[in-house]
Design a protein around this ligand. Structure first.
Ligand code: NDP
Length: 463
């Protein structure tokens, strides 16, 4: 046993930090973990989990409308924002409790305090006034919303952090950004009855996704009444003359009177004030911790994982990086995190589920690709009368027939992407799709019945 107080000390009680601490403790290591806010981190407290609960809440509006086509009379539903917040808060507290209990049961020591590094083996717990030592340290402090300080009137705007606890539901909102958070919250607020405008600097929302998903979702959002302003940015925000709302002006000359402005312009690594640079932990230009393939920082006994390293800002990736750390450090099995073919979902309405290369990425990498694409009205929409479309698309390498990407826009697209990811990871070919029997009647059966390519791209030329 080492002379240190702990074998492992983890700074940050989010998804990655908690996983590393819990598993290391269950392997018999002496583990401590510090969290300055609430155990559970961004995902549980102010991210994925409350977001998904809000998504469910916001979907009911369409469910009530659709029910009429199936013979139901539902009257005029009224939403109670306060009741949603209370229910959400209770669920988040329950989950936070489970995180704490899981750590305690594994034998880890929990510290409700900010922790900063004093030297490469010493951590000061600022709130508790204690100093502890550890053989190995993990920094898993996550990220925070890009504050965008250059924007005039920034102090009048909210980020996703505040969106989860607004005292009242605004009547109208302007959301800046075209990424995951902006798009998801635009749909959430719209579903809850808020008048939503989204303003994005690029030519189409969701810059990192396949163009069919981007265009299809954009159309679905505008069809339902969400206003989308492209190639534009907010220039300044001021209080309205009656002080009851806000006025936002954009670079393209739009002036909007709204109740609320939300900035969703990316997230930054949470590294300032931790004492990292003073002890030689290297940061990149964005302030993210630089790590090697095993998540080791430039100081050999200090590791970093999750959003603070700005590799891929997704909860399952942080958890995977934590498990790789355990293999590498405590199971004598050096394991580098695998960041290839990560499936992801955007919980918009309709939802996006995607894995692998977009058409554009594949066309740049491969000489000859085939695109299989189907767009259809989902069965439920026949009776509901909703004019929505589901889109499914496979990107296939022509020679080896390997499926390089699968992209879905429609109900349960995230669930489908998870299952498709297994086959893509296993190197599935289009012939495997063709040999697979359809499950009928489902939407996903379309994935195994697209026999002929919709088009082909050879040396960048579509035919
Ligand atoms: P994203 O990176 O998804 O989107 C950021 C958006 O802000 C982009 O549209 C970007 O434009 C725009 N932007 C950035 N800087 C500026 C600027 N200076 N002026 C104008 N626009 C700007 O980040 P989010 O904040 O939406 O989410 C953070 C991360 O959290 C995501 O990357 C994702 O990994 C994770 N997340 C995952 C979710 C999920 O799995 N469903 C849900 C929510 C978040 P451009 O595209 O042109 O660069």
């Amino acid at each position: 046993m080492s002379d240190f107080d702990f074998d492992l000390f983890v700074i940050g009680g989010g998804s990655g930090g908690v996983r590393a601490a819990r598993v290391a403790a269950s392997l018999g290591r002496r583990v401590g973990i510090a969290e300055e806010h609430r155990f559970g981190g961004t995902c549980v407290i102010r991210g994925c989990v409350p977001k998904k609960l809000f998504v469910y809440a916001s979907q009911y509006r369409e469910h009530f409308d659709d029910a009429v086509g199936f013979g139901w009379d539902v009257g005029s539903p009224i939403h109670n924002w306060r009741r949603l917040l209370n229910a959400k808060d209770a669920e988040i507290s329950r989950l936070e409790g489970l995180y704490r209990k899981g750590l305690e049961n594994s034998g880890a020591a929990l510290f409700d305090s900010r922790a900063v590094l004093v030297d490469q083996h010493t951590v000061r717990l600022t709130k508790l006034g204690e100093t502890i030592t550890a053989e190995t340290i993990i920094i898993a402090t996550g990220g925070f919303p890009n504050e965008f300080p250059a924007l005039a009137g920034r102090q009048l705007c909210i980020s996703s952090n505040e969106a989860f606890d607004l005292p009242e539901l605004p009547r109208s909102i302007l959301i800046a950004g075209g990424g995951y958070i902006a798009v998801e919250f635009a749909n959430i607020f719209h579903g809850l009855g808020v008048d939503v405008t989204l303003v994005y600097r690029g030519t189409e929302i969701l810059s990192r996704f396949d163009h069919d998903l981007r265009q299809g979702l954009h159309k679905a959002m505008t069809d339902k009444g969400i206003k989308v302003l492209l190639t534009d940015v907010i220039e300044h925000v001021t209080q309205s003359a009656d002080s009851k709302g806000l006025v936002a002006s954009t670079a393209e000359g739009q002036t909007l009177s709204i109740d609320c402005v939300m900035l969703a312009l990316g997230r930054r690594p949470n590294t300032s004030g931790l004492g990292l640079e003073a002890i030689g932990v290297k940061l990149d230009k964005k302030g993210a911790i630089v790590v090697d393939q095993y998540s080791r920082t430039s100081v050999t006994n200090i590791f970093a994982l999750g959003d603070v390293t700005d590799r891929v800002q997704l909860t399952p990736v942080a958890v995977h990086e934590a498990m790789c750390f355990i293999e590498t450090e405590y199971k004598n099995n050096p394991t580098a995190p695998d960041h290839d073919l990560i499936a992801t979902a955007v919980f918009s309405q309709p939802e996006i589920g995607t894995v692998g290369l977009s058409e554009k990425e594949a066309a740049a990498l491969y000489e000859d690709i085939e695109i299989y694409r189907a767009e259809f009205r989902p069965m439920k929409a026949t009776l509901s009368g909703r004019g929505e479309k589901t889109m499914m698309k496979l990107v296939v390498e022509s020679k080896a027939r390997r499926v390089l990407g699968a992209h879905i826009l429609g109900h349960d697209a995230g669930e489908m992407a998870q299952l498709l990811a297994i086959s893509l990871k296993a190197g599935v070919t289009k012939d495997d799709f063709d040999r697979t029997m359809a499950v009928h009647p489902t939407a996903s059966e379309e994935l195994v019945t697209m026999y002929a390519p919709s088009y082909r791209i050879k040396n960048g030329e579509r035919s």
